[in-house]
Design a protein around this ligand. Structure first.
Ligand code: TXA
Ligand code: MG
Length: 313
């Protein structure tokens, strides 16, 4: 486990303009001082991430939101009071102190207050907000263990805080308050149902790839290198095919390997296992992977979002 000294020296790396990978309750993040444009530029370089894809800024106290954004509408205030710290990011008009590179030139910034104690301690000791995307190469599967991060970057990234596997396993829910109607930009760890209980109806953003409201929501994303199909089909004969299912499958005939995301069919457990299972299947040299659809309720929305992006051509 990580010691406080290790977190302190990682915080020093952040303060000096370097990069640190750290655990959050959703996925591992690749962090830099959000107020230092040069430091943030390194994130884009290391990930191979296009500059049009904005980053989430991580803070430890809801009060710190005010220093990053111009105005916090009542609905955003309510959501933050309910779900922070936790897997929720809010998009609001940014203040001038937030460098343009963080928001990819947009007038709005996404802010999140993570619940993971290591993430919180790191931000606290760094004394600055930390901009962090998921700690994976652009478009690859998000990391839910420190080993996933090491596998991605090897010696190109020296500072990795190992907090064990992430509890939530899918990224934060992103909600924009830039228009009059709160809009869901990305389904994630807090479900749309939970949010609607607090602020009423959410608008669901149409994932228009040519003009995305959330530019990171590209159709092809979270993808293993092995082709992945989201279907109820049987495997094609003569090929080595992997199966990924929520619970115990009805038939496993013809599949070379099976990943059950949750023996008891729990969407929460499935979300926590999703990316690691995708990586294990991806490492097996299969011809392709079949993922079975999961119910589109609760965390099922986030799981189906990631699966359909992984399956996109
Ligand atoms: O759970 C998470 O959110 C993780 C951990 C590390 O906190 N982070 C994460 O970051 O998933 P990333 O960069 O992989 O995804 C950020 C998402 C993208 O879909 C991006 O387009 C959206 O948030 N986003 C960020 N800033 C935005 C903005 N200003 N306006 C609209 N969407 C924004
Ligand atoms: Mg990502």
């Amino acid at each position: 486990m990580v010691t406080d000294e290790e977190i302190a020296s990682a915080a020093e790396v952040i303060r000096r303009g370097g990069l640190v990978a750290f655990p959050t309750e959703t996925v591992y993040g690749l962090g830099a001082n959000a107020l230092d444009a040069d430091a943030v530029a390194q994130i884009f370089e290391l990930k191979g991430r296009p500059r049009f894809d904005p980053l989430i800024v991580h803070i430890t106290r809801a009060e710190d939101l005010e220093s990053l954004v111009e105005d916090v509408p009542a609905a955003a205030r309510k959501l933050v009071a309910k779900f922070w710290p936790g897997p929720l990011s809010v998009v609001l008009p940014k203040r001038e102190c937030v460098p343009d590179i963080v928001t990819a030139g947009l007038a709005n910034v996404a802010v999140r207050c993570p619940a993971h104690p290591i993430a919180r301690r790191l931000i606290e000791l760094a004394g600055v907000p930390i901009a962090a995307p998921s700690a994976n190469v652009f478009c690859a599967v998000s990391p839910t263990t420190a080993q996933h991060v090491r596998d991605q970057f090897a010696e190109r990234l020296t500072h990795i805080l190992d907090g064990g596997p992430c509890q939530v396993g899918v990224e934060s829910t992103v909600v924009s308050f830039v228009d009059d109607v709160p809009t869901l930009l990305r389904p994630g760890g807090v479900t749309a149902e939970e949010i609607e209980q607090v602020i009423g109806t959410l608008r669901i953003s149409e994932g228009d790839a040519s003009q995305p409201a959330s530019p990171g929501q590209l159709p092809k994303h979270y993808a293993p290198t092995t082709p992945l199909e989201l279907s109820t089909d049987a495997p094609r004969p003569g090929l080595r095919v992997g199966l990924m299912t929520l619970g115990k499958p009805e038939s496993v005939e013809g599949f070379a390997v099976i990943e059950v995301l949750s023996q008891r069919g729990s969407l929460r457990e499935a979300a926590a296992n999703l990316f690691a299972a995708m990586r294990r299947l991806d490492a097996m040299g299969l011809d392709y992977i079949v993922a079975r659809p999961v119910p589109e309720e609760g965390l099922g929305h986030a799981i189906m979002d990631r699966l359909s992006r992984a399956a996109a051509k």
